[in-house]
Write a new protein. Structure first.
Length: 267
């Protein structure tokens, strides 16, 4: 197992998920991860692994669609959050406590491996991708969803890190070319990138946290202004076609395939 460092101490995440047991007060990923996995084909019957599952909400959504989804995390409080969410779940739930650097699975046994908000907490993220590659079948896909470098979030985050106020102690971020190169260097092929803007905005979320500390509770999602929301939707729809769009989004992700025939059939 990799040695604990300031950027990925287990106790940091144990405390984080203990404080987040009211999962209805935790932002979801929107549906970007689900959309990207859906683009790989029907998830029904495929063996999938979410590494650093956190709340497990993406995995639960995939299990509803027939995916055989394993949720792995090394934080017991995170796994308890998933258990609470899945208490009355009608679909199979597979929970594993384990290490992202040493996955407890045999080589070539999974169709899809994915994670959101994981790689940025480690100084050696390519080692995690190497484990993703190992456990995939030939043609299987890995997805990594991370913060995009050129964003206000990055500026605020590094200021808080310098002040020793960042919740995780340390965190990095990735540019579009860097993420693509890292996947290629690990051995993935047919790499495609995607990105998404934060909803609600980073400014609203940051303001909500400030007000929370002052004892004022704002709603998780503010009531939309119809005209403003419509204009923003049209702008973002147009921006998605621009080659520079991935340099403006809050989150970027890469999907890469293990060389070999792509696994599209149910198993």
């Amino acid at each position: 197992m990799s040695q604990p460092t300031t950027q990925h101490r287990r106790e940091v995440w144990d405390k984080f998920w203990q404080d987040k047991e009211q999962i209805d007060q935790v932002y979801s990923n929107s549906d970007r991860v689900i959309q990207q996995i859906a683009a790989l084909g029907d998830p029904a019957g495929k063996w999938m692994l979410e590494v650093g599952a956190g709340s497990g909400r993406d995995s639960l959504s995939l299990s509803r669609q027939g995916g055989r989804v394993i949720m792995l995390d090394y934080s017991e409080p995170a796994l308890r959050v998933i258990q609470n969410l899945a208490r009355d779940w009608a679909y199979p739930v597979y929970l594993v406590r384990g290490d992202a650097f040493h996955l407890p699975f045999k080589t070539g046994c999974l169709d899809v491996v994915f994670h959101q908000g994981l790689l940025e907490h480690f100084t050696n993220p390519q080692d995690i991708l190497a484990e993703n590659l190992r456990v995939l079948r030939s043609g299987g896909a890995a997805l990594a969803d991370v913060p995009q470098r050129y964003h206000l979030y990055t500026v605020v985050k590094h200021l808080l890190i310098r002040l020793d106020k960042w919740f995780a102690g340390w965190e990095t971020e990735f540019s579009k070319p860097q993420l693509e190169r890292m996947f290629a260097a690990t051995g993935f092929s047919s790499i495609r990138l995607y990105g998404d803007w934060m909803r609600p905005s980073f400014i609203y979320r940051a303001g909500r946290e400030v007000f929370k500390k002052a004892g004022i509770k704002l709603p998780l999602y503010p009531k939309p202004w119809p005209v403003l929301s419509h204009v923003r939707t049209l702008l973002r729809k147009g921006m998605r076609r621009a080659p520079w769009a991935l340099h403006t989004v809050m989150d970027i992700g890469a999907v890469g395939f293990k060389p070999g025939e792509k696994t599209g059939a149910k198993r």
